[in-house]
Design a protein around this ligand. Structure first.
Ligand SMILES: Nc1nc2c(ncn2[C@@H]2O[C@H](COP(=O)(O)O)[C@@H](O)[C@H]2O)c(=O)[nH]1
Ligand SMILES: [Mg+2]
Length: 339
């Protein structure tokens, strides 16, 4: 986003926002990858999975579904039982936000600070060195979560110490966000508007910077009263200068524990047993672990990086895998069916 007063994305001509980038294309019927896949099964799938067929999810070539029968059952229940039984648990960075626009990689909440001209040169240099060292570990398809966690904790300790050296004032986040290239996925504003009107609770659970994340949600007018954010929030001194993080670090592989221990959020939503979970990392899969007695959980995974190496693990952990999709079209398609 350029500096100065910013025209809200939604009112900008589509060419300016790159909103067309990453839109999924509807092409001829493509055999979805299933465990029962065989040539010419497309028509049979359409008959066997009417909800998936009605939603057009069988013919989009960037969607992968491992277990059609399970997804059909969960989707049908969520659509039938409607908004009053539903809650959303969503990741923020590279789930609500785009990964790239017009070939340029977008910032995540951390990346906004890592690249902000309002931060000292030494911070930007060292923060990007840390990113280069630890992000590949986070994505590494050959390491277990247990092997990754010590590295994630080290990353957060290092970036925490680095931020403290910069004496950042909370008043600078608004300018950092408006000067960044962070974007919500196309359709997120409409999706969140529908969820707000329907009174559907949305938990945004992030290992990102909560103070920046909230600024982004406010910037795009989607921080409505049904949205709760659990993330890494800063502590400030009386002048508003960062003096540390509140509570324990939330990293990519402990998000579920923090959601459960840090509040009675899920207990207060007892009865909303249908959950739509959205994430872009295998660490996001367990974000809804705290939901008491869930009945239908639809897990939508945005596969953005290391696509070939991680496709199988994503299909084993997410119900719907969206390959390089920079939109919220699938979530909107599902929610548009609810009453
Ligand atoms: N650019 C940086 N990215 C970082 C840093 N620490 C973590 N991360 C990334 O943020 C997201 C976590 O947010 P979530 O909303 O997706 O949970 C994750 O992709 C991390 O890799 C950092 O210091 N700099
Ligand atoms: Mg993410």
């Amino acid at each position: 986003m350029g500096g100065g007063t910013r025209t809200p994305e939604s009112s900008r001509p589509i060419s300016e926002t790159g909103g067309a980038a990453g839109r999924d294309k509807t092409t001829e019927m493509v055999e979805p990858v299933t465990s029962f896949n065989s040539p010419g099964q497309a028509n049979t799938n359409a008959r066997m999975y009417p909800t998936l067929e009605k939603l057009g999810l069988l013919k989009r070539d960037h969607i992968r579904i491992k277990d059609l029968g399970h997804v059909e059952q969960v989707l049908t229940s969520i659509v039938t039982e409607g908004y009053s039984k539903l809650q959303l648990v969503v990741d923020f960075d590279f789930t609500l936000t785009k990964v790239h626009v017009d070939g340029q990689r977008c910032h995540c909440s951390w990346g906004i600070m890592d690249n902000s001209p309002m931060m000292p040169d030494f911070y930007r240099e060292e923060a990007n060195q840390l990113l280069a060292r630890y992000y590949p570990i986070e994505l590494d398809p050959h390491m277990t979560e247990a092997e990754k966690i010590p590295h994630m904790m080290e990353w957060y300790r290092n970036i925490h110490a680095l931020i403290l050296k910069c004496h950042v004032n909370k008043s600078s986040f608004k300018g950092m966000v408006s000067d960044s290239n962070i974007r919500l996925r196309d359709g997120t504003e409409e999706l969140f508007g529908s969820l707000h009107r329907a009174g559907v609770p949305v938990l945004v659970l992030s290992a990102g910077i909560g103070d920046v994340l909230v600024e982004v949600l406010q910037h795009f007018n989607v921080y409505t009263d049904n949205v709760k954010v659990v993330a890494n929030f800063f502590k400030y001194n009386k002048e508003g200068v960062i003096e540390g993080f509140q509570g324990d670090a939330i990293h990519m592989f402990n998000k579920n524990e923090n959601a459960i221990h840090s509040s009675d959020y899920f207990q207060r939503l007892e009865g909303r047993a249908n959950v739509i979970l959205m994430g872009d990392s295998l660490g996001d899969v367990k974000m809804a672990v705290g939901v008491p007695n869930p009945v239908n959980v639809l897990k939508i995974g945005f596969l953005n990086d290391k696509i070939e190496e991680r496709l199988e693990s994503f299909m084993n952990n997410f119900d719907l895998v969206l390959i390089d999709d920079q939109t919220m079209d699938v979530a909107k398609t599902v929610l548009d069916q609810l009453k």
